[in-house]
Design a protein around this ligand. Structure first.
Ligand SMILES: Nc1ncnc2c1ncn2[C@@H]1O[C@H](COP(=O)(O)OP(=O)(O)OP(=O)(O)O)[C@@H](O)[C@H]1O
Ligand SMILES: O=P(O)(O)OC[C@H]1O[C@H](OP(=O)(O)OP(=O)(O)O)[C@H](O)[C@@H]1O
Ligand SMILES: O=C(O)c1cccnc1
Length: 479
């Protein structure tokens, strides 16, 4: 069996809906879906979108081959063989718009819009949400860590604690988009061109007769890349002094030790002591790396305590997003075809936050020309032209419509870019380096009040008056 075919990486209900549409002859009706999330993770003021590359590769790879068809034919739904035959020819021929990876995004705005037949669009829901929910979550966690780390090096160490192999590599990539500098996972390095880095485990020290011998042997084997883990027995009593001896011997061979790593104990105290000992030995160039269940709060605390740590290895807390292990992104129908005509649809809910916004939409970032800061994200129906024409905009809060302001002198940046047109990829996916730069530029668009980690200001995501009216009319109709 091939494990790399993602075609059936979908919930059964998608296939069942496709089947029922086929049975009733409505499978070629058009539909528009939008993906968005309703609540920002970690109490953060923004999220960092990621997952598009994985989704694009998935869409292009969908093939119902003999093995998948044979498997489906054995399901108790007893799908008609003619339907299964149709699946053999499944190719996505629709349109996709998406925000770019690395974009700062907010709750309740479309991140991906998919247009096509119901047959082809239903299938994509599960995989799309699986990819963007996880990767956006990790990129957002990474952005929080980058924010407190300042210009320090951040190394992603999470693979051993990640929720399996795909999460490890795609999580490493998401972290890198949002500002991590390297990963310990060589496969992620090879797949995506992420710089890789590695020190050594306690086992290396335990395997030798003495700590000094262990350090010396590693330094001999890896003279250009050696970082020594100094906490196996006694960090200040033996680890750092032994590392200093080895660094001095390396100097005689014309080599420089890169770093020492602290992985337990009081990282603030130990880093200050280690820095003092290294400096006294004339080893100012030897950096100090810290690891041990770090997250943004501990890193911020360590910095506040004056820790002398140059780079941070972050594993578990990042790769599992342990304080909030899932993002609740959803995929909702916003438009259907009825009797050959497109019409907006709504999902009503007792919970006002869960009422969907009908109609196929675009979203624009409204940037105030005088300050250069983004002041709101503005959702319009796709056929509206006010924003593109630079007309004055009424920005009002959809939950509290009496809170409003006008925008006149603004630039509008369309966030949704065409990715597939009639099944053909039309967007060249940027390199990881380009995405990192783009993400860093994105951050400059927002006031610090929106970006701060704790109790950030709520950034407005608003509806155009036309979108708002449509939503109110449909709510009225179903009341
Ligand atoms: N100065 C500090 N201030 C705040 N948190 C710290 C400080 N130093 C270390 N930490 C964090 O506190 C936690 C300590 O974990 P733990 O109680 O397991 O101690 P440990 O030193 O790792 O012990 P062990 O030797 O069993 O690994 C880690 O998350 C670590 O990053
Ligand atoms: O703490 P995290 O943020 O998850 O970072 C990864 C951890 O994985 C390693 O520990 P482990 O005990 O697995 O192996 P070791 O023998 O190399 O310390 C490493 O020393 C870090 O502590
Ligand atoms: O290179 C390291 O130090 C490393 C890598 C993965 C996990 N823990 C540590």
């Amino acid at each position: 069996m091939r494990y790399d075919n993602l075609t059936l990486h979908t919930d059964k209900y998608e296939i069942n809906m496709m089947y029922a549409h086929w049975v009733h002859g409505t499978d070629q009706d058009r539909a528009v879906f939008e993906a968005y999330f309703r609540k920002l993770p970690f109490g953060n003021g923004f999220a960092v979108f990621a997952g598009l590359r994985r989704f694009v590769e998935y869409v292009r790879s969908i093939r119902f081959d003999e093995e998948t068809i044979a498997y489906l034919s054995k399901q108790e739904e007893n799908y008609d063989p003619e339907f299964l035959d149709k699946l053999r020819y499944y190719r996505f021929n629709g349109n996709v718009w998406s925000v770019e990876e690395g974009t700062i995004v907010f709750a309740n705005e479309p991140l991906v819009r998919i247009e096509g037949t119901v047959f082809e669009t239903h299938l994509l829901e599960t995989a799309l949400l699986n990819f963007i929910n996880y990767q956006t979550l990790i990129a957002t966690k990474a952005a929080r860590i980058r924010q407190v780390a300042g210009a320090d090096l951040l190394m992603e160490f999470g693979t051993r604690r990640a929720q399996e192999a795909d999460a490890a590599v795609w999580g490493a990539r998401a972290a890198c988009i949002a500002g991590f500098n390297s990963t310990s996972n060589l496969r992620a390095g090879m797949m995506f061109g992420i710089p890789t880095s590695g020190t050594h485990a306690h086992a290396w020290v335990q395997h030798h007769d003495s700590e000094e011998q262990a350090f010396e042997r590693l330094a001999e084997a890896l003279p250009n890349q050696v970082s020594l883990l100094v906490d196996t027995y006694d960090t200040i009593g033996s680890g750092v002094p032994n590392a200093i001896k080895v660094a001095k011997r390396m100097e005689k061979r014309g080599k420089r030790m890169q770093a020492i790593r602290l992985d337990s104990g009081d990282l603030a105290y130990l880093s200050k002591e280690a820095r003092r000992l290294l400096d006294e030995a004339g080893l100012r160039y030897v950096k100090i790396v810290a690891s041990n269940d770090l997250d943004e709060n501990i890193i911020m605390n360590l910095k506040a305590q004056g820790a002398r740590i140059d780079s941070w290895g972050v594993g578990t807390q990042l790769i599992t997003a342990s304080d909030q292990p899932s993002l609740g992104g959803v995929y909702k129908l916003v438009e259907r075809e009825k009797n050959g005509k497109r019409e907006p649809v709504i999902k009503i809910s007792g919970n006002p936050e869960k009422v969907t916004t009908p109609g196929a939409k675009d979203v624009y970032r409204i940037v105030d020309r005088s300050t250069g800061f983004a002041i709101a994200d503005y959702e319009t129906l796709t056929d509206e032209r006010d924003v593109q024409n630079g007309e004055p905009l009424e920005l009002f809060d959809p939950v509290h419509p009496y809170i409003r302001r006008k925008a006149t002198e603004y630039d509008a940046v369309a966030l949704l870019k065409p990715i597939f047109r009639e099944g053909e990829p039309v967007h060249e996916l940027p390199s990881l380096e380009e995405l990192r730069e783009y993400h860093a530029e994105q951050l400059k668009l927002f006031r610090p009040e929106v970006l701060r980690k704790l109790n950030p200001e709520n950034y407005p995501v608003v509806l155009s008056p036309k979108t708002w009216r449509l939503k109110m009319d449909l709510i009225e109709r179903y009341k």
